[in-house]
Design a protein around this ligand. Structure first.
Ligand SMILES: Nc1ncnc2c1ncn2[C@@H]1O[C@H](COP(=O)(O)OP(=O)(O)O)[C@@H](O)[C@H]1O
Ligand SMILES: [Mg+2]
Length: 340
């Protein structure tokens, strides 16, 4: 058996995962409903959706633990995430077997309602067939089982499942809440972050607490207990602003060779092109000296390139194409004909 990770190697996202639903920051609506469930022992089927790192998995695990206590949770709760096989056969066998078995007696000190909880994390990665198979299981065993679906995109959950659940949207966490939590972790871990570094951490994580905590831990491993804004940038995967600025300047020059040179340099430096596209997009949208029409031309091409990258397109060619189209837009040259 692999040894349990010691306290120093334990990922901070696990170490600082709230164990109690009351400690889940910012998601008031769901916390209120679940607190009520803990009092009455009554739980609806749940559907949690929203962007990553906002507390969905945390909340589901916490409510499970609080309903059943640390021992009973092992038999009463089944958690399946994307790394488990959840094809249609698993739904027909494993999930059904779990749902079908009657529940045993509870233990004192916890509500222990007479049902089991099935947590399906990252449910939007389940095929539609598997979801359809679940629908029957859900109908048949709803007396003894509660389902908790977790996903980023609610539109990928089939309507017959979604309509049976109480739906809760998890919002990106506000800057202040992030900062509070990060400062708490810094105190616990003996780190010092100045205001600029805190601000940068808030900016690069964009409301995703997992990302913020992971960045903080990487930075502390690499740079020790005093962490600067530059340290955060260097572990965050965010591209420094001057790289984006240089790309835009070379596009503004209208000199194709210059733009191509910049693109070659960026690729040679190993920056992730999808990250460049995202920051380029933000920069262009914010720019005051770019007209709406120019912005539209650039953003459309950025979106296409982003899609191509997801589909396995070549980073250099996509960035080059974006740069060339950005140049055309900024210098008011006619649009290239589409030949994709
Ligand atoms: N609302 C929140 N309050 C407190 N911590 C949070 C919150 N959301 C996320 N976190 C922290 O971020 C990490 C990832 O949260 P998780 O619940 O796994 O996110 P996801 O929404 O992607 O399932 C956890 O370690 C947790 O400590
Ligand atoms: Mg999750």
């Amino acid at each position: 058996m692999a040894p349990m990770p010691g306290p120093s190697t334990q990922p901070w996202v696990e170490k600082y995962r709230p164990r109690n639903v009351n400690d889940v920051a910012s998601q008031e609506e769901v916390v209120k409903t679940l607190r009520n469930s803990l009092e009455t022992g009554n739980l609806p089927h749940l559907l949690f959706y929203g962007p990553p790192g906002t507390g969905k998995t945390t909340t589901a695990l916490a409510i499970a633990r609080q309903l059943f206590g640390p021992e009973l949770v092992k038999t009463r709760v089944l958690e399946l995430n994307a790394s488990d096989d959840r094809g249609i056969n698993v739904v027909r066998t494993k999930i059904k077997d779990f749902a079908a078995v009657a529940v045993g007696p509870g233990v004192s000190g916890y509500p222990c309602p007479p049902f089991k909880v099935l947590i399906l994390d990252e449910a939007d990665s389940m095929t539609e067939d598997a979801q359809n198979a679940l629908r029957r299981t859900m109908e048949t065993y709803s007396k003894v089982t509660r389902f908790c679906f977790i996903c980023n995109y609610i539109s990928r959950i089939i309507e017959p499942l979604a309509s049976r659940c109480a739906k809760f949207r998890f919002k990106p966490l506000g800057r202040e809440i992030m900062t509070d939590r990060i400062q708490y972790i810094c105190r616990e871990e003996g780190l010092s972050l100045d205001d600029e570094a805190l601000n940068t951490l808030g900016k690069v994580s964009g409301g995703d607490m997992r990302r913020a905590i992971t960045c903080l831990q990487s930075a502390s491993r690499l740079f020790g207990s005093r962490i600067s804004s530059e340290n955060i940038i260097s572990v965050s995967g965010v591209v420094p602003d001057d790289v984006i600025e240089k790309l835009l300047t070379s596009c503004r020059s209208g000199d194709y060779d210059k733009a191509q040179g910049t693109v070659t340099d960026i690729i040679a430096d190993g920056y992730a092109v999808s990250q460049i596209l995202s920051q380029l997009h933000d920069e262009v949208v914010r720019a005051e000296d770019v007209t709406d029409e120019q912005k539209a031309r650039i953003c459309e091409r950025v979106a296409e390139a982003d899609k191509c990258l997801i589909d396995g397109g070549d980073e250099y060619l996509q960035l080059l194409d974006v740069a060339s189209n950005t140049m055309r837009a900024l210098c008011n040259m006619p649009q290239e004909s589409t030949y994709v």
